[in-house]
Design a protein around this ligand. Sequence first.
Ligand code: ZN
Length: 274
Amino acid sequence: MVRIGVHCPVDKSLSSVIDWTKQIQANTTQYFFQNPRTTIPRKVSNTEWIAFNQQLQTEQITPVFIHAPYVVNMCSTNEKIREKSQQVIQHLLVQIDSSENTYLVTHIGYHGGEGFEAGLNRFYKGIGIIQESVSLQKLIIENAAGQTNAMGVSFEELDRLLEPFPEMGICIDTAHLWGFGLSPGDRQVRKKMTQWQTDSRLKLIHLNNAKDELGSKKDHHAKLNDGKIPEHVMKSFAKDFQNIPFILETPKNSLEEDAEQIRIIKRWIGITSW
Ligand SMILES: [Zn+2]
């Protein structure tokens, strides 16, 4: 079954994620477990967490993705930032450990000007420490658009980041690919993504259009039908990878705007009802 959802806003109660998802007629979801600008974990009682997970199951909203805070940087030159980042990832992985079909997606980080190899070693070390206490099966890393010092931009970089951790998954953001300089319509993109799909690495697609030109090295998202990636490219990409969950992180001011984006993908793929 095709799985489509959006990054949902969360208010005081986690159940707001479920309300939003239902109202836009989506069947998978993503949200921030905590304020994305801090490393302070959200306080959720056991009772609330269990009730939330049960409600997700009842509503058949699956899989569920938690997006790690933006401040996570596993590759930082600053030891304190690395430690904090490890703690956040570890804490979230423990939180979701017993929740069915719930995953954590995180940006990889920045090497601080010391180069990819230096950042890679720090990433390996940090993930190695996390792995000692919790499984990496629910951890997904996301490609970056090529902003200054960003890690995990090219396919080669992503493969190297994944290499020692066979359980870890990957999320490809179409707007970030475009920012880096690759169109989602390129043959090499399709080939690589199909290979990741075959290897069960590809767990999630952030289906976003891009606000800036191809190769801009920027990661600003646009609505599916209102960005620099031609609509026919987005459409054929969505059709080809419809077996992978899609999460939209497109700009919005209202619930209706999300609902409209969901309708667009359904139209592209040819879904008339769930
Ligand atoms: Zn994304």
